[in-house]
Design a protein around this ligand. Structure first.
Ligand SMILES: [Zn+2]
Length: 179
């Protein structure tokens, strides 16, 4: 995929945004072809050098940018020449989605196999065992704890898990959870 197509994808924009944050987004959203220095980027994008460096380093940590160092023979100064490697984005994203899928499946199991009680005053949720220990009274305010139906939460998780499986082409049989 070309850089331009990648960057128009809202999923990829969101992914980059989560990585580098709003201040780093101008850097992440405008990957130049070829090598570029942090100073050049800061000037071009009218950003603080520190914000540019921070964004570049995050991209580097996520295998989306690499650099090589050049030493100026006269001054001894080091220059970092950065290259963006956005070819790795689809693979990274897929890994993220697998991680999300797995943690959702785990969370769903927890939700589906536990009973919960709620203090409606404080909006605090307790597991059955905790609620029992407190005599089904909220330890904060003393109100009676009400049994909490989390079926809708579990349903919402099932839907999200289903969507992720569609996107990742995971067969439902591959995971031992009933959806
Ligand atoms: Zn309470």
């Amino acid at each position: 995929m070309a850089f331009e197509d990648l960057l128009e994808d809202p999923v990829i924009q969101k992914y980059l945004h989560e990585l580098v944050g709003p201040k780093g987004m101008p850097v992440a959203a405008a990957p130049p072809d070829g090598e570029v220095t942090d100073e050049e980027l800061a000037e071009e994008l009218d950003l603080e050098l520190n914000d540019v460096r921070r964004a570049l380093f995050i991209l580097y940590e996520n295998d989306l940018a690499s650099y090589r160092r050049l030493r100026d023979e006269d001054s001894g100064w080091l220059t970092y020449l950065w290259t963006f490697q956005y070819d790795n984005i689809p693979e990274n994203l897929e890994e993220e989605m697998y991680r999300l899928h797995d943690s959702l499946v785990e969370r769903r199991e927890y939700e589906a196999t536990h009973e919960f009680y709620l203090c409606e005053v404080d909006s605090i949720r307790f597991e059955f065992g905790e609620a029992m220990e407190f005599g089904f009274e909220c330890p904060e305010c003393g109100s009676a704890l009400e049994s909490l139906d989390n079926d809708r939460l579990v349903d919402a998780m099932d839907r999200r898990i289903g969507e992720l499986r569609d996107e990742l082409n995971i067969e439902p049989e591959e995971v031992d959870v009933e959806v």
